[in-house]
Design a protein. Sequence first.
Length: 66
Amino acid sequence: MTSLDFSTAHWRKSSRSVGGNDSNCVEVAFSGPAVAVRDSKDPDGPVLAFPARSWAAFVSRVSEAG
């Protein structure tokens, strides 16, 4: 298992979470070969990390479905 450090990452909130009901907020951070995802209400909580290539494929598929 590889350890990734996102302590200095620039987190940004999903555009779908901005405004309106902020109870379901997701933040992402891009750091080299990885993309991290976390719950904005729990910034010190767990982080899910994905290879950047996998994240790009996910976003592409979601965009096609939307």
